[in-house]
Design a protein around this ligand. Structure first.
Ligand code: C2E
Ligand code: CA
Ligand code: CA
Length: 423
């Protein structure tokens, strides 16, 4: 294992994106020697703004004084006064969320817990490592910045106040669009289906993430109207694709809140029937953060829809509500393993065990296992060797517009078959 200290540790084919170069990186590390090593290493990549702090309090003051926060914080956890965990909590409270790389000498399980906390606080997590770090792993983490920066990184709070009225107007005016992310069948290399992901486009073209507006919709009782609007759009796109020769199964995210609505099943059945789409082409991914309030209603809706031929997937399996107990209650035919188990499984033994047991359990229950958030070829090969059925993630494709999906469909089929077959 090498420490990040000499120019011989430079990964030559890595070139950071412009925003990373200009916005810069903050290194929070109390050991002067280690901090210098990381700073020197980063400087070799041409990062223009490299900031340093030897304690959480100093880091916080530094970030608060900046007009634009650093793009990334490389964070040690054990710091003399304000530790790394407190720093993250303070930043989240101030709604400042740069991308985070955790680099600490504490044990792997603790690093895993902090990584989960980083995500729960809604920071983009680029990586979490035990020191000393491998330069190649650090570069992989920095490469991930490019992916998350487009969608996730929230800059300084822009006091974008979204009210329920704005959302309800957006639903009526058709400002909510869907992008589609393909899923790949690991055995055949074919497209296993697509997942529809909602996007809210504001007048100024700014795109709002569903992580922001779905909770708003749930709190303001707009989630039902929003879901049906999304379903309508997805069905219209399926018809368009069918006309160009592409018949592809569709997954729609369904907030568990919707399941408490007595009319849900009838509304869905009616719409799908009118459009002439076979129900077996539709899966509902149940996403949840709050508990299902009305269990009887939720079971009635899911059972009726299953009877008609629709499928259900348990989304983000392994997190929060998405537990084994739900598998015993609801008629799921797919288990979608949360991406937090996929990231890091290549390097972390205990994540690998959890991943394997989720896949084994799905297989024993006779339901399809899908791993989400697959970003590297190594992750894909690992999942394939573990017997996972389908994968989804940036390695296969980013979410695409309806038109892009049609183009992607034929062009990528061949390539994906090759990805699957390479060992
Ligand atoms: P999800 O259902 O877990 O959807 C997957 C999320 O992971 C998507 O984020 C997708 O863009 C992202 N993703 C896909 N591949 C990768 C990858 O390789 N790496 C990483 N790091 N991320 C990847 P998105 O579109 O921002 O959606 C966030 C969440 O919002 C979704 O998580 C879902 O829970 C919710 N959501 C999205 N659309 C809808 C919707 O129409 N209705 C409801 N109720 N929820 C929705
Ligand atoms: Ca989903
Ligand atoms: Ca998910």
């Amino acid at each position: 294992m090498i420490y990040l200290n000499t120019s011989t540790n430079i990964v030559t084919d890595y070139c950071p994106v412009d925003s990373l170069v200009s916005q810069g990186i903050l290194v929070v590390e109390d050991s002067r020697l280690q901090r210098k090593a990381v700073v020197d290493w980063l400087a070799c990549y041409g990062i223009e703004n490299i900031f340093e702090a030897d304690d959480g309090q100093k880091a916080l003051e530094l970030v608060e004084a900046m007009e634009v926060p650093p793009a990334v914080i490389i964070l040690d956890l054990e710091l003399p006064e304000v530790d790394g965990i407190e720093l993250l909590q303070e930043l989240a409270m101030k709604n400042i969320r740069p991308a985070i790389i955790v680099a600490s000498s504490v044990d792997e399980v603790l690093i895993g817990s902090v990584a989960a906390m980083v995500q729960a606080l809604r920071f983009p997590l680029l990586g979490a490592f035990r020191k000393p770090c491998e330069p190649a792993s650090m570069v992989d983490a920095l490469r991930r910045f490019e992916q998350v920066s487009e969608e996730n990184i929230q800059r300084r709070p822009q006091s974008l106040e979204l009210k329920p009225e704005n959302l309800s107007d957006a639903i009526v005016n058709g400002d909510i669009n869907i992008v589609y992310q393909p899923k790949l069948n690991l055995q055949t290399g074919e497209i296993a289906g697509v997942e529809g992901l909602a996007r809210w486009r504001l007048n100024n073209k700014q795109i709002i993430s569903p992580n922001i507006f779905i909770p708003l919709a749930e709190e303001s009782d707009l989630i039902g109207a929003l879901t049906l609007k999304i379903l309508d759009q997805a069905l219209a796109d399926m018809i368009r694709w069918r006309e160009s020769g592409l018949v592809v199964p569709m997954a729609i995210n369904l907030s568990a809140k919707c399941l408490a609505d007595r009319n849900l099943a009838s509304d869905i059945i009616g719409r799908v029937r009118t459009q002439g789409i076979p129900p077996h082409l539709l899966t509902f991914e149940i996403t949840e953060s709050a508990l299902v309030v009305d269990l009887a209603e939720a079971l009635a809706n899911t059972s009726r829809l299953r009877l008609k031929g629709f499928s259900f997937s348990i989304d983000d399996y392994g997190t929060g509500f998405s537990s084994m107990q739900q598998l015993t209650r609801f008629p799921f035919s797919e288990l979608k393993i949360d991406r937090s188990f996929v990231h890091g499984a290549v390097n972390r033994e205990h994540l690998r065990s959890i991943l394997q047991s989720a896949i084994d359990m799905g297989t024993r229950l006779g339901i399809t296992t899908v791993a989400e958030g697959v970003e590297t070829q190594q992750e894909l090969q690992l999942l394939k060797s573990m017997g996972c059925h389908h994968v989804q993630g940036y390695l296969i494709s980013r979410p695409l517009t309806s038109e892009q999906l049609v183009e992607w469909g034929s062009a990528k089929l061949q390539m994906n078959a090759e990805i699957c077959n390479s060992d």
